[in-house]
Design a protein around this ligand. Structure first.
Ligand code: SAH
Length: 253
């Protein structure tokens, strides 16, 4: 009998932020193929007999690794295994989940998608930043910031992002931040717009730095920000001053 594959979102970092259904999948899995950003604490809930496969992506080996992952999912499910493909955040937000689903459909393997809390919302919330707010923002976009202009990969509609959307959450963007800030300002975003950089959001190592759009690239260099990090652009960042809670909680423990 054919097994089944569950494309599961592990949540943004704090292991308690996985869904109940995601946790049930982990507990029942025969095979768990997990990504680099998944909190390893979650793997402790798996069966003793589980087979764990690390799918961390090495720079430059992207395609090969993805093919190997696809093959693994099909192979193990064909053997009748209950396979969990565990991804950071949500599997359909910059997670290649849809590509894996398409491969499974092609191979006639049954699958389910278990959503997870994405970093753009969760890391912001742990930093005391609401992505929408009645007074500050009524629209919110999740944006991939890694497209390099010089390599012809910058497909973003900068004018729309700069002028049309209140809160922007940039994923995969630390190395490209100077270009991002320049483009937003050039297309009409106020250079004094507040910006937050949230490093390792929702983990005990979370660090939040706030600054202005015009200064963000210099600040990221000075502070030596490491990945994973999220960049939130918009007036909602100012709300942090009033409702930040995570750092206060750590202090009071
Ligand atoms: N599927 C994931 C995103 C994968 S892309 C999700 O839904 O969250 C990887 C990018 O996500 C990183 O470059 C970073 O920008 C962001 N990210 C993931 N986890 C994060 C965390 N704990 N803190 C800050 N940013 C995070």
């Amino acid at each position: 009998m054919t097994g089944k594959v569950y494309l599961v979102g592990a949540g943004p970092g704090d292991p308690r932020l996985i869904t109940v259904y995601g946790m049930e999948c982990i507990k029942e899995a025969d095979v768990i193929a997990y990504d680099r950003l998944v909190n390893k604490e979650l793997l402790k809930y798996a069966k003793e007999t589980v087979e764990l496969v690390y799918c961390g992506k090495e720079p430059g080996r992207h395609e090969l690794i993805q093919d190997e992952i696809n093959e693994l999912l099909v192979r193990e499910a064909t053997r009748g295994k209950m396979v969990v493909r565990l991804k950071g955040g949500d599997p359909f937000v910059f997670g290649r989940g849809a590509e894996e689903a398409a491969v499974l459909r092609e191979a006639n393997i049954p699958y389910e998608v278990v959503p997870g809390i994405t970093a753009g919302i969760a890391a912001a919330a742990y930093a005391g930043i609401p992505v929408t707010h009645r007074e500050y923002a009524t629209s919110f976009a999740i944006v991939s910031g890694h497209g390099r202009a010089e390599k012809g990969q910058d497909f973003l509609h900068w004018e729309a992002l700069a002028k049309g959307i209140d809160t922007l959450a940039f994923y995969m963007s630390v190395g490209n931040i100077r270009h991002i800030a320049n483009q937003l300002i050039a297309h009409g975003r106020d250079k004094n717009t507040s910006v937050a950089i949230i490093e390792r959001g929702t983990t005990e190592n979370q660090r939040t730095i706030t600054t202005k759009l015009a200064d963000i690239a210099d600040r990221i260099e000075q502070e030596q920000v490491v990945n994973p990090a999220l960049i939130v652009v918009g007036n909602v960042v100012d709300v942090r001053e009033k409702i930040a809670w995570f750092e206060q909680m750590e202090e009071s423990v």
